[in-house]
Design a protein around this ligand. Structure first.
Ligand code: MRU
Length: 367
């Protein structure tokens, strides 16, 4: 009874999982197709007004779903891409190593920042290259996609446990964007400690930045926390400073799309100013991310590719013209928070206080 996304035939477990199923939100229809050729996604562009699903039967449909943010959030993108590769067919409608490799290349072009996408696709590529042509390849790929998904669930659970130790004395926490079950599997990353504590009887008050321009905080974080019975208050991004100044916020916790070797963190645009404000007000700033978000190949956050999105997301939200055509718009989807502003990083392996290159290398050794 988990919810977000799955290949039919494996639908007993789909995400965002327990976070929603615990709330009685209805699970998706029972699986009917044992050929693993449909990926069903909650359409996150329609939440919170409509809870509807999108069925992807082709790689192109999964690509489109990732680009349009039907499915979004670093771990969720990786999981969806893993399943997406399994849908590949060549021009004659046959499954072949070449079709899978083309799917991997295509999906790698969907969004540039979250490294989980490339991490998952490399795992799929390794399967294609090691198994080669033959009857077993499709099933090996499906098994790998399911393993990616299952491992994410375990990582989310572990982050919940580790992060809970940091938040156990808190009453109110702030978050940015959506790093919950909709963005990953199960409990998500930054929201995992909040769900963990809630399950053990300690319910935090969550203050969610609305998260301009696409409102993942207002639409998604507020939605999934309310479904779980966790009190959530939405603020506009520009209110964060004055709220922190009141002293009512005990900690800020966010997810990540990519963490460089030195601990710099790329996350949703607006994370960096939140980290600066938290530091100024002596509020701990925590980042929760699984090892699949760590990119040791990049020495610092300056090297993280930042996705630039269409001007209309800012200039014409929901089709409403807000910016004159003559005005330019900038719309980077992510920013980079320097490691020195991160009080602690929470991964499935534990907690790294004041992360830096040496500590992270040790923490993620053999990751
Ligand atoms: O553009 P989005 O909605 O995919 O951005 C998502 C975020 O920035 C999340 O905070 C991040 O992926 C962590 S999700 C567990």
């Amino acid at each position: 009874t988990e919810t977000l996304s799955y290949i039919r035939g494996q639908a007993k477990q789909c995400f965002p999982a327990d976070a929603l199923s615990a709330t009685g939100n209805s699970p998706l229809a029972a699986p009917s197709n044992h050929d693993h050729d449909t990926l069903v996604l909650i359409d996150q562009t329609r939440l919170p007004a409509d809870f509807v699903t999108v069925e992807c039967g082709t790689v192109e449909q999964v690509f489109d779903a990732i680009v349009r943010l039907v499915v979004r959030g670093a771990p969720a993108i990786g999981i969806a891409a893993g399943y997406g590769v399994c849908l590949a067919r060549d021009a004659d409608g046959n499954r072949s190593p070449m079709a899978y490799l083309e799917a991997i290349d295509r999906l790698a072009g969907s969004r540039p920042t979250a490294v989980n996408l490339f991490w998952a696709l490399e795992r799929m590529r390794t399967v294609v290259e090691s198994v080669g042509a033959g009857d077993g390849l499709h099933h090996r790929l499906v098994a790998e996609a399911i393993a990616i998904h299952d491992e994410d669930r375990q990582m989310c659970k572990a982050m919940g446990r580790h992060g809970a130790s940091l938040l156990s004395e808190c009453e109110s926490v702030m978050t940015h964007c959506n790093a919950g079950g909709l963005a990953a599997s199960m409990w998500g990353t930054a929201l995992a400690p909040i769900y963990h504590l809630h399950q053990s009887g300690h319910t935090l008050n969550v203050f969610a930045d609305e998260t301009r321009p696409l409102l993942q905080g207002a639409r998604l974080t507020a939605w999934e926390l309310s479904q779980a019975g966790i009190p959530v208050t939405v603020l506009t991004d520009s209110m964060a400073g004055s709220l922190l100044r009141t002293g009512r916020i005990d900690a800020a916790i966010v997810g990540a799309d990519r963490i460089a070797a030195n601990g710099d963190v790329a996350n949703k645009i607006g994370t960096y100013p939140l980290a600066v404000l938290a530091s100024y007000h002596n509020v701990p700033f925590y980042v929760a991310a699984p090892s699949s978000t760590f990119d040791p190949k990049l020495a610092s956050g300056d090297l993280i590719p930042i996705e630039q999105r269409h001007r209309d997301e800012v200039a014409r939200p929901y089709g409403v013209p807000l910016v004159p055509d003559a005005a330019k718009v900038i719309n980077p989807a992510f920013d980079v928070t320097p490691a020195e502003l991160v009080t602690a990083l929470i991964s499935e392996r534990g907690v790294v206080r004041h992360p830096n290159r040496e500590k992270l290398a040790k923490h993620f050794e053999q990751a």
